[in-house]
Ligand binder design. Structure first.
Ligand code: ATP
Length: 981
């Protein structure tokens, strides 16, 4: 009937174990021992998901009386829980599935039977199992783990409200007793508060320092292999269930005492109650083995957030630390679910201690507790999310290795020795004394702790700074909150005012609705008509766009035309400038040629004048020589007359008979001389007349030359004048042409501007009219526009054609003018050539005549000389004939005659000599004159040839230039008007 009693009776079956002995230590020892049983073959080593149970508590009495709405609905059958909330602005409808769902009506027994009992059986099989209770404050964690405080009756019996811990304890003992097993059991009870571990089973040493010693702080350490163990944790051996209940009561009492001191600590601390069981087994070979099972029952702190839990100032750290454990637990769960490489077990003591329960070899169950109240919906959803995530964690549960008795005993002896040493050290010396290796370990731990403390100090400073910032933020937020509160109040006031206004507005709204309906009908009709209008307008717009595109193409054409006209203008201007340049060159060439010709003519004139003067001089010299000759002959004749008178006198005196003869001879001689003189006179007069004739001819020839040259000068001048006139006319025509082009352009521009203006006016008018009478005007408008455009285009074409015609006319005029000028030029050139040829012929004739005359003169002179020689011969023969005859008669007068003869001879020889000299000089003069003539002829010929050549060259170059210019101009103009056409 009393479980504790019955257990005490079976105390002899229980195995005493060291308080610090844990399954981890068993593992360590097992390395040196024989491995008896392997759990790898039992099929439980495969990944097994953590079991997650959802428990929803019922509404409390207060909540029920306040008619708190329920927002959580559990479907145990489908193992689903739904959070449903319907508010106008926000709608929540979420469903979560778990391994088991226990609704508000579920009892403690239901949970235990369905969930915990199988776990306890696993523990008794040698597994380590952990059960977490997770949820917000007041959701029923403690109720689930421990049960109602009044669950124990006055007789020490439990009511139906007892939690899973007492039920588990009861089941363990019941099972072991039923098996009649030999076992040992130890329990530990600790609390993690502000990341500090408190041993809830520690003995109170001194009531004086109750506060300090109330909970003995213990440390969490890791060995070299990273396994976690707790130094200084009390593990109490228990033999009966009642002992455990007492321990639980004591531990809870400690918690409650602290709670009164630290103000509701329970909801912010994590509590772990552990039961470790060693059960003896005998193999078939008779060997004694010990299997070890462990059950961890964890009541976690409330999962609500720090601010909501009301942590302030000094308690912020506490809340933060507890929250740190919870947050780390969450992060560990996330890391395990997401299979990330690093799992932050070491970040909190809770996760360090329960490392094996999360992703390790432990069988784990999480009981998530929630409230159905609407007020905790947010936290409830958070818990549900958290639990659902935790569902995905996989553990690989393993049965703890079994140990043989001897090893276990050896291990226990070692532990006893260690404890004895501690006791010995304590007895020998005052104060605290520990063994050497413990001291060394503690020192190293101290150093590590000091380092850690330094780091934590820095961390603390940082955290304090952050805290300050957060406090400031918090103050600011509070300020904001108060402001917002004020605003809210104001808004509420406004809201009330607005409510009245809203009612008015509602009335108005009703009226307006009716009006709107009427207007809607009107708008509908209007929209319909507007739609039709828009369709029509769109059609019209399309047509307008087409018209606009046509107009733009027309504008483009006109623009193109403008460009062509501009180009023509530029071409004409360039042609004009080119023509002016070439004309200038031509006029310069003509002027140069005229100057050259004038120069040539002057040269010819000078030459002719010099020739004429030379000729006149020569002729005068010749005349002078002839006169001299005449005088000489006259003096000779006079001398001869004198001699003859003397001879007459002598002969009259000496030879009377001879008078007749002498007079006969004399008369015959006189006659002869007269004849000779007359002949000589005739020859000389002939020569003189020839020379005069020649002079006349020369002067006539000079005159002729002068006349011809003045004629050619006149012709050249007239050619120059004609050319200048031609160019003047040409430039006048070019000016006219450019004027015509400019006029045409101006007219076109004007017309285009008018067209544009007209088009704009038309477009505007049309638009206006179109809006009024769209459909009717469309056809007429288009026709009008087309007509207008056609008219304008025709006008433009006509003007273009007229301009083209004018330009062609002007071009033909220019061409005709150029042809006539060319003809005139040719005629002038032919005339000039003819004149030059005539002049040349006349000059040649004159030259020939002159040569003939000179030849004639020469022959006459030769004849005169011959006659003179004949006369001399006749005289000599007459003298010889008369010598014998006169010898006798003129014997007396021989001497005189001889003297006379000698004198005559000397006179005759001197006369002959002089005559020869004169004749010689005459001949040389004639030769010089001939030479001069010849030279003059040569000069004149060469000059004429040069002139002719120059004229020919000039003519050909002028012809070519003028032809080329005219040809180019004609070509350009024709080309341009071909392009324009
Ligand atoms: N399933 C349930 N059925 C009936 N009553 C319950 C249930 N769960 C909780 N309660 C009641 O709700 C109250 C709060 O429960 P409990 O103290 O266990 O919450 P808690 O989560 O442990 O809170 P804290 O974290 O503050 O310790 C208790 O009075 C308890 O009796």
């Amino acid at each position: 009937m009393d479980n504790s009693h019955s257990q005490q009776q079976r105390g002899g079956n229980q195995i005493p174990l060291s308080p610090s002995q844990t399954p981890r230590m068993s593992k360590k020892a097992a390395r040196d021992l024989q491995l008896v049983d392997s759990n790898s073959s039992n099929g439980h080593d495969r990944g097994l998901n953590i079991q997650v149970i959802l428990r929803c508590r019922p509404l409390s009495e207060d909540e029920m009386s306040a008619k708190t709405p329920v927002v959580i609905f559990c479907n145990e059958h489908r193992r689903e829980v739904s959070a449903i909330r319907n508010i106008s602005h926000k709608q929540i409808n979420r469903t979560f599935a778990f391994d088991k769902v226990l609704g508000p009506s579920s009892k403690q027994k239901d949970l235990y039977d369905q969930v915990v009992s199988p776990i306890v059986n696993e523990v008794l099989e040698g597994y380590t199992c952990t059960i977490f209770a997770y949820g917000q404050t007041g959701s029923g964690k403690t109720y689930t783990m421990e049960g109602e405080r009044k669950a124990i009756t006055m007789n020490g019996e439990f009511t139906d409200d007892k939690g899973l811990i007492p039920r588990s304890v009861q089941q363990i003992f019941d099972t072991l007793e039923a098996q009649n097993a030999e076992y040992s059991m130890k329990v530990s009870f600790l609390e993690i508060y502000s990341e500090e571990i408190m041993d809830l089973l520690a003995v109170e040493e001194c009531s004086k320092f109750l506060d300090e010693k109330l909970k003995k702080p213990i440390t969490l350490l890791e060995d070299n292999k990273g396994d976690v163990f707790i130094r200084g944790l009390e593990e109490k051996m228990v033999w009966t269930a009642n002992e455990i209940y007492k321990i639980l009561e004591q531990g809870s009492a400690k918690r409650h005492t602290a709670e009164t001191l630290l103000n509701k600590q329970s909801s912010r601390s994590h509590v772990i109650f552990s039961i470790t069981i060693h059960i003896k087994e005998c193999t078939s070979e008779g060997k004694e083995l010990f299997k070890c099972g462990k059950l961890n029952l964890v009541d976690l702190a409330g999962s609500e957030n720090i601010l909501r839990s009301g942590a302030r100032e000094g308690r912020a750290r506490e809340a933060g630390e507890n929250n740190k454990s919870l947050l780390t637990l969450g992060r560990v769960i996330n890391a395990l679910v997401e299979h990330s490489g690093h799992v932050p077990y070491r970040d909190s003591k809770l996760t360090r201690l329960l490392r094996d329960s999360l992703g390790g070899k432990t069988k784990t169950c999480i009981i998530a507790t929630i409230s159905p109240s609407i007020h905790f919906l947010e936290e409830t959803l958070s818990t549900l999310n958290y639990a659902q995530r935790a569902k995905n964690i996989k553990n690989r549960p393993e049965v703890n290795q079994k140990m043989i008795k001897s090893v276990l005993i050896k291990d226990l002896y070692m532990e006893i020795d260690r404890l004895k040493q501690e006791v010995y050290a304590a007895r020998e010396k005052n104060g605290i004394h520990i063994p050497q290796d413990h001291y060394v370990n503690q020192e190293s731990e101290k150093k590590a702790m000091a380092k850690k403390i330094a780091c934590m100090g820095l961390d603390l400073e940082l955290k304090e700074k952050q805290l300050m910032e957060l406090q400031e933020l918090y103050i600011y937020q509070q300020k904001m909150t108060s402001e917002l509160g004020e605003k809210l109040e104001r808004t509420q006031k406004d809201f009330k005012q607005n409510e009245h206004a809203l009612l008015d507005l509602e009335d108005r709204f009703g009226q307006a609705n009716a009006t709107i309906k009427e207007k809607e009908y009107l708008i509908y009709n209007l929209l319909k008509s507007e739609k039709e209008l828009i369709e029509r307008a769109l059609g019209l717009r399309a047509e307008l766009e087409i018209a606009a595109s046509e107009v733009s193409s027309l504008f483009n054409t006109i623009e193109c035309k403008d460009k062509i006209e501009d180009r023509n203008k530029v071409l004409i201007q360039s042609f004009q400038t080119q023509l002016a340049q070439q004309l200038e060159v031509l006029s310069k060439t003509v002027a140069a040629s005229v100057t050259q010709q004038e120069h040539h003519l002057k040269l010819i004139e000078d030459n002719m004048q010099s020739f004429a003067s030379t000729k006149v001089e020569a002729t005068e010299e010749l005349q002078a020589q002839l006169t001299k000759l005449k005088d000489l002959y006259g003096s000779g004749f006079k001398l001869l007359d004198d001699l003859a008178g003397e001879l007459d006198k002598i002969s009259g005196l000496a030879f009377g008979n001879l008078n007749s003869e002498v007079s006969r001879h004399s008369s015959s001689l006189v006659e002869l001389f007269k004849e000779v003189i007359s002949e000589a006179d005739a020859v000389l007069s002939d020569l003189q007349s020839n020379l005069c004739n020649q002079v006349e001819k020369l002067s006539a020839y000079g005159q002729q030359q002068l006349e011809s040259h003045s004629r050619s000068l006149q012709t050249t001048q007239s050619i120059s004048e004609a050319t200048v006139n031609f160019f003047k006319t040409l430039s006048m025509h070019a000016t006219k042409l450019s004027q015509i082009v400019e006029d045409a352009q101006i007219t076109n521009d004007q017309k285009l501007y008018e067209l544009e203006k007209k088009f704009e006016e038309y477009a505007a008018t049309e638009e206006r009219q179109l809006l009024e009478k769209v459909a009717e005007l469309l056809a007429s408008s288009n026709a009008r526009k087309k007509r207008m455009l056609q008219t304008e285009v025709d006008g433009l074409r006509e003007s273009d054609a007229s301009v083209t015609f004018k330009l062609q006319q002007e071009l033909s005029n220019v061409q005709g003018l150029a042809t006539s000028v060319k003809d005139k030029w040719t005629t002038y050139m032919e005339k000039t050539e003819t004149h030059y040829l005539d002049n040349t012929i006349a000059l040649k004739n004159g030259k020939d005549g002159l040569e003939d005359d000179l030849q004639n003169c020469m022959s006459k002179a030769r004849m005169g000389a011959k006659q003179w020689r004949d006369a001399q011969d006749s005289l000599l023969s007459l003298q010889r004939n008369n010598i014998d005859f006169v010898d006798s008669i003129v014997k007396g007068g021989v001497e005189a005659s001889q003297r006379i003869h000698a004198r005559l001879s000397s006179a005759a020889s001197s006369a002959l000599e002089e005559a020869d000299g004169v004749t010689q000089s005459l001949l040389s003069s004639i030769e010089y004159s001939l030479k001069l003539d010849h030279d003059a002829n040569g000069n004149i010929n060469s000059m004429i040839v040069t002139c002719c050549e120059d004229m020919r060259k000039m003519r050909s170059s002028h012809d070519y230039q003028v032809g080329e210019i005219m040809e180019n101009a004609g070509k350009n103009l024709i080309d341009d008007y071909i392009v324009h056409g």
